[in-house]
Design a protein around this ligand. Structure first.
Ligand SMILES: C[S@@+](CC[C@H](N)C(=O)[O-])C[C@H]1O[C@@H](n2cnc3c(N)ncnc32)[C@H](O)[C@@H]1O
Length: 251
């Protein structure tokens, strides 16, 4: 399924972005899931962390807007549903809603947060991590500039919501949550290969707006301009990730 001009292919995702779920364990620890708890994994992707929560004894449901990701999660035996996180339909069923690396793809944060509040039981918690202010700033600026040069509106192409702590705290509180913790975490992240894999996996909303005849050339130019900034002395690509990690309880 294509959301925000972005297609989520489970095989490509596992190959280029397996680190996303691997680096999600601190937020699982923040969730502190208890055996038998009903948990919603919001934007569960292919279900790598959903499966971890299930293995910890939780009764987990995953939801994601991508049909292909949900198909993969179901093949792995998970209870997973295709659903837009900005239009959740659950009501008072979960002890906790968990989310890793998904909320920044949803540009209507208030719709997400109110759907989460509705999905939770009284006193339920919302614990997550996603891209915060300054996330992948170097990559984002390069992509925005690259499409603008070819007459594409960078605001329309940009699929991300990377809020500040103040912005997200205010939205959580307005929806009736008490914020237990919220912080921005700089997390420079080594990529499993060349930046081209990252651009193909996460940069589609920009690159798909370009004429196919200039797409490859644009990626080649991006690689050349980013190499001096985003590789370490051994030539390993390091992406400038900044995460916003939070834990909130429904008042
Ligand atoms: C980077 S992946 C993270 C997946 C998983 N949580 C993990 O940690 O590996 C982002 C996921 O957000 C999902 N997503 C994007 N927009 C969404 C929306 N509006 N509603 C639900 N899921 C969405 C994508 O389909 C994708 O699977």
């Amino acid at each position: 399924m294509t959301i925000a001009n972005q297609h989520w292919d489970p095989d490509r995702y596992r190959q280029n972005a397996g680190f996303v779920a691997e680096l999600g364990m601190p937020v699982v620890e923040l969730l502190a899931p208890q055996r038998g708890e009903r948990i919603l994994d919001l934007g569960c992707g292919d279900g790598a962390l959903t499966a971890k929560l299930a293995a910890m004894g939780c009764v987990v449901t995953g939801c994601d807007a991508s049909v292909d990701q949900i198909r993969k999660a179901r093949e792995d035996g998970l209870d997973a549903h295709v659903m837009d996180g900005q239009a959740l339909t659950f009501e008072g069923e979960f002890d906790a809603v968990f989310s890793n690396a998904a909320l920044h793809w949803m540009k209507k944060p208030d719709a997400v947060i109110s759907g989460v509040a509705k999905a939770l039981k009284p006193g339920g918690r919302f614990v997550g991590e996603f891209g915060g202010a300054g996330n992948v700033q170097t990559l984002r600026t390069a992509l925005r500039t690259a499409v603008a040069v070819h007459g594409v509106d960078p605001d329309a192409a940009d699929p991300w919501y990377f809020p500040t702590v103040e912005d997200y705290r205010a939205r959580l509180e307005a929806a009736g949550f008490n914020v237990r913790s919220i912080e921005l975490i700089e997390r420079p992240t080594p990529l499993p290969g060349d930046v081209g894999g990252w651009l193909a996996t996460f940069g589609e909303s920009f690159l798909n707006r370009l004429d196919p005849t200039i797409r490859e050339g644009t990626v080649t130019a991006l690689r050349a301009s980013l190499r001096p900034v985003l590789t370490d002395p051994d030539g390993v690509w390091i992406a400038d990730y900044v995460r916003l990690r939070f834990s909130a309880v429904l008042a």
